[in-house]
Each structure stands twice: as C-alpha cells, then as structure tokens.
Write a protein that binds this ligand. Sequence first.
Ligand code: FE2
Length: 276
Amino acid sequence: MIRITALMDNRSSENKMLINEHGLSYLIESTTARLLFDCGGSGHTLDNAHRLGLSLKDLDGVVLSHSHYDHAAGYRDLVEAGLGSTVLYTGPGFFEKKFAFDGVRYTDLSAGFDESFLTEHGITREETAGLKKIADGIWLVSGFPRQYDFETIPGRFVRQTAEGFMTDDFGDEQCIVLEQEDHLVVLVGCSHPGILNMVSEVRRQFGKPVQAVYGGTHLVEADHDRVEKTLAILRSLGMETCGFSHCSGDSAEEIACGHTEITTCHLAVGDSIFLS
Ligand SMILES: [Fe+2]
C-alpha cells in the first residue's frame, strides 16, 4: 500500500484548517520508504503536515522536481525547522538562477538556497542523470527528449548561465515513478518539459504502461486542441487515471472530466490517494 498526500496545493479541500497556496508538495509513504516530493513555497507545508498528524522527521529523502520557488523554496523552511532527512535529490543544473522575464524586468523564481546552505546543514545532494532508483519500486527520471513539438516552454522562463541569460529548457526537472508489477504510476511536479515528453520517456525507459499520472501537468496555458491531443496521447501510453494538482489548469481539468474513459480528480491540500 502506498499513500500519497498533498501537503500543499493551490486549491483548498474539505479540511478548511489547512493552508493552500500556489505550489505543490506530496508526501509519499510506502512500505519501503517515506519521501517528500516537492516542498511548496513556504513553511505552510510543514504546518499542514502538523495539522494532518504526519511527521516529516523520519523521511528517507526529499525529491525536488525542479528549482522553481513554488516547489523548492519551502525546503529551506523545512530544514530550518528540523526536517529529518539529510538526502536531497535534484536534477542537473538545479542551482542555476531561474527568472521570469517580461522584456524589461527579471523576477527571481529560484529556490532561495544554495550549496552552502546544504553544507551548513549536513545535507547530501544526489543528482539524477537519467534513471535513478531511490527505494524498492521507486525511481527518479530526468532528461526528457523533446518528442512533441507542440509542448513549448513559454519564452518568459529564463535561466542565468555563465554565458548570460537563456531560455530555460528545464534540464533540472525530474519526476517520480512508482513501479507496480504490470504498470507505472508517475508523479510530476510542474511538467515544464511537457507532460507528454515526460510520460513517453518514462514509458520508454520501463516498457510498461503509465496507468496513472498525479501532479502538476502544466496545461494551464494550453488551448482546447492541445488539451484534447494531450489526453488522447496519454491514453495511448496507458493512462487511465489522472490526478491533477497545482498548474494543471481549470479548463484542462474540466475537459478531462468530460472523458468517461479517464478517471480524474484534483488532489487539493490534505487529499490522499491510496495505491494497492
Ligand atoms: Fe510550479
């Protein structure tokens, strides 16, 4: 049995004592490991865990999907509050500064901590390059070939490199794969490289259908045609269940709800999924 609980999401749930804000954090509890996937953007993630009676003191690791503040900035608060885990899993290039650029201004979207913060707190960072096993049946995948041209990254997302600012390719993004006997469950943070590019690479790596996807699918800016096309291709990759969170977009979620062959839900703050 694996329990996945949303400790942070944009939406409130029926538990009105929890704080919802722009961001994502999932606690994954399996028989082999307790992992935190993303931390939201603030210490409210910890407040929500406390309110739900879920300890973050005995984690086996923390996985950050990418370095944007709404997924990674809460990590600093959790560590300073005495987070148990001393292992942090990130993708490559995690500490490059990330900005939103509107043609004049740059808004810093980075995680708000650096390597020295990790050293100061005795934390080991492990980088995912391709495929990495982190517990029995739990994998990380990074490095997503761009197979679907229509999954474009908005030009406003830029990264600062030694050569100057360039369009962000989100090379730091990674996802979690929960490997079941004959299918896969994929957890995504924000899907900046494109949800199809990510899911199709997972499917290729494992050779098993991706039966369920949970998380931020970043269809918030996708038009109707792209959403329909995305859902059709996800179906062809094996998807039967889609649990939306965070940046999936109300309209995309509404369109998916209209597809009777797909089971959908929104994982709002405090909501859990139990996988047998
Ligand atoms: Fe995000």
